[in-house]
Ligand binder design. Structure first.
Ligand code: FES
Length: 82
């Protein structure tokens, strides 16, 4: 479908509006955060949305990146356990 991008998050297909950030795609997919936690066990998730907090680290096509700074691309593979 035109205007949409299909990617995979932790193996699950997710379709988002073209131009969406990977952080937005995580929300569309229902992911409440990334698969990491603080030293006290608190879940981590995108926070600042502008590349400062580093809380949105994921692995995209095998490389660690910030979800809020990456634009979704067709066929992209995102792993939240970066
Ligand atoms: S949400 Fe803060 S760096 Fe991505």
């Amino acid at each position: 479908m035109s205007g949409e991008t299909l990617l995979h998050i932790d193996g699950q297909p997710v379709r988002v509006k073209a131009g969406s950030s990977v952080a937005a795609a995580l929300r569309v997919a229902g992911a409440m955060g990334v698969a990491r936690s603080s030293v006290t066990g608190q879940p981590r998730a995108p926070f600042c949305g502008m590349g400062v907090c580093q809380e949105c680290r994921v692995r995209i096509d095998g490389r660690q990146r910030l979800a809020c700074q990456a634009v979704c691309a067709e066929g992209m593979r995102v792993e939240t356990s970066a």
